[in-house]
Design a protein around this ligand. Structure first.
Ligand code: PMP
Ligand code: GLN
Length: 382
């Protein structure tokens, strides 16, 4: 009998719901990924880079040309320029960046504050490092950080705080005021930040993304993580990056070089080329995804689901209290998939302590117009 290091971990909900969608032929709006292609120029760039022979190991920290493009983008959007060699590391996905950041600084007995509902990869990484996650609930309904609850959760053992904005699964945003509040709450404490900003370009209604990169006091102690997968419609490329001050990057790289050593070479060449040629791609993303959100929400207004249009990410939460209040959200997601042909993600799986009366499922709207129309038709018929 194996004594598991992760006894409470099973197969993730994303795998399970995608599998069920495939088995039942349901529209898969569960796991977050686009059903439309990446920009043709990006795909052509990959073919070219493979054919040109860029098929051996990349440098451990990532191709310099790609790190330069990341630095240029950060300078343009957030007004700060990280050092290309010492502060930017290309990783095989944001997931690896998150894992390495946690392993780099968390020791047995350390506490890490995460906000529930929270993305599923933080807690197991903390557990494997010998630490313990302290789950602080976001406020009910609007998914904002309750700074009093946060202050109450801080202890001398707190070594890290994990932020995620735009937030998966709710789409809620952390504001500049929130960042300032955080800076004040942790001033003088010996702790690190992990800021998961993989949806940084998916922020709607002209609000703009409040990045930790643009807050010098917070950045001093932060790992800021992003994902090319979300930004360039290529989640299967599993390519991301982490930006951190030199001393933190050095520690992260010690882990990264033994977890994976480097990211996939031809993908890095292609991304660098595409970013250099089409920097406007990221500028167009908010409007691109906002149009999808608006279409999906407009179509769903005729349904019995209730919702507030999401502020960011490519996820929309739907409240089904008026439809099947008798079902918990896992049962609801199964029922929706099997009986109505639309797969979603139950929100309770993102909580350590699910809220019993909450009736929410998450749907991904990173889909072609016809997929969204077909899904809405099915959801409106319930
Ligand atoms: N963080 C969040 C909040 C996510 O939703 C995702 C999406 N998969 C990731 C991290 C991981 O990104 P990647 O696929 O680049 O590993
Ligand atoms: N981040 C994606 C989501 O929230 C899924 C990632 C995964 O499948 N592990 O749907």
């Amino acid at each position: 009998m194996i004594s598991s290091k992760l006894p409470n971990v099973g197969t993730t909900i994303f795998t399970r719901m995608s599998q069920l969608a495939a088995q039942t032929g349901a529209l898969n709006l569960s796991q977050g990924f686009p059903d439309f292609p990446a920009p043709p120029a990006l795909l052509e760039a990959v073919t070219r880079s493979v054919q040109a022979g860029h098929n051996q190991y990349a440098p451990m920290t990532g191709l310099p040309v790609l790190r330069e493009q990341v630095a240029a983008k950060i300078a343009r959007l957030y007004g700060v320029t990280p050092d290309v060699d010492q502060e930017i590391t290309i990783t095989p996905g944001a997931t690896e960046a998150i894992f390495c950041a946690i392993q780099a600084v968390i020791r047995p007995g350390d506490e890490v504050i995460v906000f529930d509902p929270c993305y599923d990869s933080y807690d197991p990484a903390v557990t494997l490092a010998g630490g313990r996650c302290v789950h602080v609930p976001l406020s009910h309904g609007d998914f904002r950080i309750d700074w009093q609850r946060f202050a109450d959760a801080l202890t001398p053992r707190t070594r890290m705080v994990v932020l995620n904005s735009p937030h998966n699964p709710s789409g809620a945003l952390i504001s500049h005021e929130d960042l300032q509040q955080l800076a004040e709450s942790i001033a003088g404490r010996d702790l690190y930040l992990l800021s998961d900003e993989v949806y940084e370009h998916l922020v709607f209604d002209g609000v703009g993304h409040a990045s930790v990169l643009a807050h010098p006091e917070l950045y001093d102690r932060a790992f800021v993580v992003s994902s090319f997968g979300k930004t360039y419609h290529v989640t299967g490329w599993k390519t991301g990056y982490v930006v951190a001050p030199p001393a933190l990057s050095a520690e992260l790289r010690k882990v990264h070089q033994y977890v994976n050593f480097c990211g996939v070479t031809p993908l890095q060449w292609a991304l660098a080329e595409f970013m250099a040629e089409q920097p406007q791609h990221v500028d167009a993303l908010p409007a691109f995804y906002q149009a999808k959100r608006d279409l999906f929400c407009d179509l769903l207004r005729k349904s019995r689901f209730t919702f507030t249009p999401t502020a960011g990410t490519y996820f929309q939460l739907l409240d089904y209290s008026a439809i099947r209040p008798d079902l918990d959200d896992v049962q609801m997601a199964l029922w929706l998939t099997r009986e109505h042909g639309v797969a979603s993600i139950p929100v309770s799986v993102f909580y350590q302590q699910p809220i019993a009366e909450q009736r929410l499922v998450r749907l991904c709207f990173a889909k072609r117009e016809e997929t969204l129309r077909e899904a809405a038709l099915k959801l409106c018929a319930i």
